[in-house]
Design a protein around this ligand. Sequence first.
Ligand code: GDD
Ligand code: MN
Length: 357
Amino acid sequence: MNEIAVTVVLPTYQEFESLPSLIEALKEVRAQELQHLQLIIVDDYSDDGTEQLIKDFDQEWIKLVIRKEDRGLSSAVIRGLQEASTEYCVVMDADGSHPASAIPAMVQAIQEGADFAVGSRYVLGGTTEDGWGMLRWLNSKIATLMARPFTKVLDPMSGFLAFRKTTFEQAKELNPVGYKIGLELIVKCGCKQVSEVPIHFSTRQLGQSKLTLGVQFEYLQHVIRLLRYTHPKLVSFFTFATVGLSGAIVYLLALNVLTPLFDERWEGIGAAVWVAMTWNFLWDRKYAFWYSRSNIVAQYLGFVAVCSVGAFANFYITNLLAASNAITYSGFIGVVVGSVIGIVFNFLVTRLLVFRK
Ligand code: GDD
Ligand code: MN
């Protein structure tokens, strides 16, 4: 018998049918190994009989939290973890995919020095029940690959997790978006040593999966957020370069649209430069320098001032060439030369002066 205190956090949404067998399995773990195991169920107002079910079980080690305001798997997990008061925490699914019998081994991995343990399908000894469609399999593989920049864990998509409560408390800027709370915790808690405990991942027997297309889109957003967190400068620079490229295309389009509207050609060129510069500013502010949210007017003026070096070079060259060449060709040369002059200068200066943290 073991004195270790563990809280299992169980996010549920309409898992009335699956809960009884999971609770039985947890009872078994309590009887065999972890007699101080506690269960916190965080239910997002399923209203499917879960509440009555837990009342009927009438076990002091089971606590049910029903949320009516918030919604979502990750935020439910975070809520449960905040309520936990034991040294160790475990997170798992309620649908029977995760074997409760693996909990002791996962907790042991932490005791033996790991920062974090995941129940893993892909580590040696782990298995996945047949019947996963090709699509779900491919999906899982792609999602796993996208997590590579953050962790070498073979199954970073796992929702079966164990760690110390103090590890959770170290988390910086936790963002409960999407389904992948395990990945989020590994990154934001700064976990270096992640241990993978092999599990057999069963297919859900009862009820329905909550994984929808929206969830996959959220995962994409999640990966971008994590990249911004772990590699902010790189993300800034690549986004800035991409916006710059789009700005060049906008410039060429604007030249063709605007120059015929003005009496003097230079006026149309100037207007196109202004359109492209404003375009760049808006997207750069939104995506390349997401972390900087000071006064937009002041930022715009600063941006224009700094970009004026490249912008003026562009304007001058376009105007010069347009006297004897087609406008698109002139604009192209102008914007390329202007960009080369401007890009390094603009990036460094806007980053240092305009978009300060
Ligand atoms: N409270 C709450 N709120 N719980 C939720 C919500 C929600 O909005 N959405 C889902 N859950 C609960 C479910 O009731 C279940 O216990 C668990 O979260 C996982 O939901 P499933 O619907 O079974 O998800 P899945 O099978 O697609 O995804 C699982 O497998 C992935 C690995 O393939 C989850 O474990 C993921 O975390 C895991 O990454
Ligand atoms: Mn499931």
